[in-house]
Design a protein around this ligand. Structure first.
Ligand SMILES: O=c1ccn([C@H]2C[C@H](O)[C@@H](CO)O2)c(=O)[nH]1
Ligand SMILES: [Zn+2]
Length: 141
């Protein structure tokens, strides 16, 4: 496949647009740190999410897990890429909890594409972000 990180040029452009647009839905009155996430599902559909904070701070949820919970509960279980957008430079990367959450549902070579506020991006595979990871395959059947 031609294009960027295994995605077509059009898919990459849409991932960027959707992750950046998803920031608008953030509920982050405490941190004021908006995060948007877009998932490209393997059926070609898209799911987005944003961070949703809480007056009891630890109860808040990150954009990545919001998007994944939406997708999984819509029956979308496989993903080609995940895009994460923030308002900072250089781009933020998913927190440890989200890396493990993504690990449950993604191949280790799935690209995690992080967009900054200057129109630049950094791509890492899930395995690069979470090496020597623990996943469903390690549990006895
Ligand atoms: O990759 C990240 C990093 C942080 N946050 C959220 C959590 C919290 O609402 C705010 C500040 O940490 O940003 C995300 O959603 N994703
Ligand atoms: Zn997180």
């Amino acid at each position: 496949m031609s294009g960027v990180h295994g995605l077509s040029e059009a898919q990459f452009a849409t991932l960027s647009e959707k992750a950046i647009a998803a920031k608008e839905a953030a509920y982050c009155p405490y941190s004021k740190f908006r995060v948007g996430c877009a998932l490209l599902c393997d059926d070609g559909t898209w799911v987005t999410g944003a961070n949703v904070e809480n007056a009891s701070y630890p109860v808040g949820i990150c954009a990545e897990r919001t998007a994944l919970v939406k997708a999984i509960t819509e029956g979308k279980m496989k993903f080609k890429a995940i895009g994460v957008a923030t308002d900072i430079v250089p781009p933020a990367s998913p927190c440890g909890m989200c890396r493990q959450f993504i690990r449950e549902f993604a191949e280790l070579d799935m690209p995690v594409i992080m967009f900054d506020n200057d129109g630049n991006h950094v791509t890492m595979t899930l395995e690069q972000l979470l090496p020597v990871s623990f996943g469903p395959g390690q549990l006895p059947t």
